[in-house]
Write a protein that binds this ligand. Structure first.
Ligand code: UDP
Length: 363
């Protein structure tokens, strides 16, 4: 018994924010089939509101975190430092081979430096994505994490190309597909349980879903005001449902921009099942989210991305996703893209229900 237990490979899995939870769900569902693997789940507490955290654990069957950190602090550097030192202390335990991190959030970076400073393996899921815009905190998190990783699991071919160009050893890079899409495939039969479209009195294919939370779109009052103006223009044609990220809500209030919300259907952020139901029923989406560009591409829903660039270029090649740089974006062009239906029918390689299996087989 003791001998067989010691043969297990044990990893610390670090999650901290909404997109991480959605990416972790398929991995935890599937790991039960692997007798030689054992995961300890750490939640850094980066997102802590019920609607940004607990609801995803409940709906997606993610196990309760084995370790819950409560990282407090005003400054980015303070929180990052606290996360790093807490994770470093935990991963030092000789039973852990390494740390698994997802995506590009601050918890990802904290996990990455904790693994490398203790000479443990670092596994990065959703590796290689590059916006080539070093002003974005997410881009720095991606670049540093990738260059500390010993296994890099990539969602799309562009990610492999980026890593090779940056000199990452090809033997460490694995194109496994998109684990966020696996979540859609796992949970799609439950989306119809959501009553959100009726509850909000919306008409299918006659409303738009909007989400805005990136720092570059919310840090400056003028930019956020420009975006809210665009959403108000869109709402003259179709109702706009706006699940408002808590950070964005706070800034709208601080800047005194609340009047723009009056013509929108503003709701709290919703859980995964309600959100997917909303997106599937929508005519289109206006967003600055990373993950939503991918989900809408998979679901063939038009997506207007209010950003200068995207680290997910495959979504542009399908025609579902279109970039609207903040400087030059125009309401009529956005409204026009939301009516598009002529998308490239090709499927994206490995964006299916086997992504977690490819990853776990390689661990
Ligand atoms: N999402 C959700 N409820 C919402 C808004 C988004 O469940 O109210 C999901 C969405 O489907 C996607 C993920 O959250 O899977 C994206 O998270 P977010 O936009 O916060 O992060 P990003 O992908 O930009 O890093």
């Amino acid at each position: 018994m003791i001998e067989s237990m010691s043969l297990k490979k044990s990893y610390l899995v670090v999650v901290g924010a909404r997109p991480n939870f959605i990416k972790a769900a398929p991995l935890f569902k599937r790991v039960k089939e692997y007798n030689d693997l054992e995961f300890t789940l750490v939640h850094t507490g980066q997102h802590f509101d019920t609607n940004m955290s607990k609801i995803f654990f409940d709906q997606m069957g993610i196990p309760k975190p084995d370790i819950q950190l409560e990282i407090e602090g005003e400054l980015y550097s303070e929180k990052l430092g606290k996360m790093f030192s807490a994770l470093k202390k935990i991963v030092k335990d000789p039973k852990y081979q390494g740390i698994i991190v997802f995506g590009d959030i601050n918890s990802t970076l904290a996990g990455a430096i904790a693994a490398s400073s203790t000479s443990k393996k670092l596994i990065h899921i959703e590796s290689g994505l590059r916006s080539h815009d070093r002003r974005m905190p997410e881009e720095l998190n991606r670049v540093i994490t990738d260059h500390l990783s010993s296994k890099l699991f990539v969602t799309e071919q562009a990610g492999v190309d980026n890593l090779v160009l940056e000199g990452v050893d090809k033997n460490k890079i694995f194109l496994v597909g998109n684990i966020m899409i696996e979540s859609i495939e796992i949970f799609k039969d439950t989306f119809d349980q959501s009553t959100i479209i009726n509850d909000l009195r919306l008409e299918e294919k006659n409303y738009i879903v909007a989400t805005i939370h990136r720092a570059e779109n919310t840090d400056k009052k003028e930019i956020l005001e420009k975006i809210l103006n665009i959403l108000c223009d869109v709402s003259k044609i179709n109702q706009v449902v706006f699940p408002l990220h808590p950070g964005t809500r706070k800034l709208i209030s601080n800047y005194g921009l609340g009047k723009y919300l009056e013509s929108l259907v503003v709701i709290e952020p919703v859980g995964y099942i309600d959100f997917m139901k909303l997106v599937l029923g929508a005519k289109g989406v206006v967003t600055d989210s990373g993950g939503i560009q991918e989900e809408t591409s998979h679901l063939r829903i038009p997506c207007c991305t209010l950003r200068d660039n995207t680290e997910r270029p495959v979504t542009l090649t399908l025609g579902t996703n279109k970039l609207f740089p903040i400087e030059s974006m125009k309401s009529d062009e956005i409204i026009n893209h939301l009516t598009k239906t002529d998308f490239n029918p090709k499927t994206i390689p490995f964006w299916d229900n086997q992504v977690s299996k490819r990853i776990l087989d390689l661990l």
